[in-house]
Design a protein around this ligand. Structure first.
Ligand SMILES: NC(=O)c1ccc[n+]([C@@H]2O[C@H](COP(=O)([O-])OP(=O)(O)OC[C@H]3O[C@@H](n4cnc5c(N)ncnc54)[C@H](OP(=O)(O)O)[C@@H]3O)[C@@H](O)[C@H]2O)c1
Length: 142
């Protein structure tokens, strides 16, 4: 069993949170809109809790379920609150016309996260190539 904090309260937070609860993991939800975090934690059930935005997450694994342009600023805002955590970036940094990246090909959002995260944190890229509707089926055969 793992302890997981979801930062974000949207579609992917709900989908990953649902799977995490079903897998018997401890889940905490953090959102910049506390009412959305409370509502998602309640919907997830399984003892899911809410944390305070910007505070030290309860989870050892912290999933940034945010739109790509919010990921680096939010990790920078959390700063030392993420010390020692495994930070999972799930974002897809598409440009406005969805035909390329929103940043140069010399970097990635995960690399940029690693630059602003505490040195003791580990940054992982995951989930970004799996559509929510596929992921929510459980164990996609991909
Ligand atoms: N949907 C998919 O099938 C899918 C699959 C793989 C990966 N992804 C990636 O997963 C990430 C989340 O996608 P989603 O479908 O869950 O999006 P979503 O439903 O729009 O949810 C986005 C979440 O990010 C929060 N947010 C956005 N900008 C923020 C900022 N600057 N600071 C703090 N919070 C911010 C939103 O908060 P508010 O509600 O307060 O605005 C919301 O909780 C995206 O990067 C996407 O590329 C999506």
């Amino acid at each position: 069993m793992s302890s997981i904090t979801l930062i974000g309260t949207g579609n992917m937070a709900r989908t990953i949170g649902t799977l995490a609860v079903a897998g018997g993991n401890t889940v905490e939800v953090m959102g910049r809109d506390q009412s959305k975090a409370d509502a998602l934690a309640k919907a997830l059930g399984g003892g899911a809790t809410t944390g305070t935005w910007g505070a030290i997450p309860a989870g050892d694994i912290v999933i940034t379920a945010l739109l790509y342009d919010g990921v680096v600023p939010v990790v920078a805002e959390y700063a030392d609150a993420l010390a020692g955590k495994v930070i999972v970036d799930i974002s897809n940094p598409f440009n406005a016309t969805f035909d390329g990246l929103a940043h140069s090909e010399e970097t990635s959002i995960a690399q940029e996260v690693a630059k602003v995260a505490p040195a003791s944190a580990s940054v992982v890229k995951a989930f970004n190539t799996i559509f929510r509707n596929v992921l929510q089926k459980g164990r996609p055969n991909v």
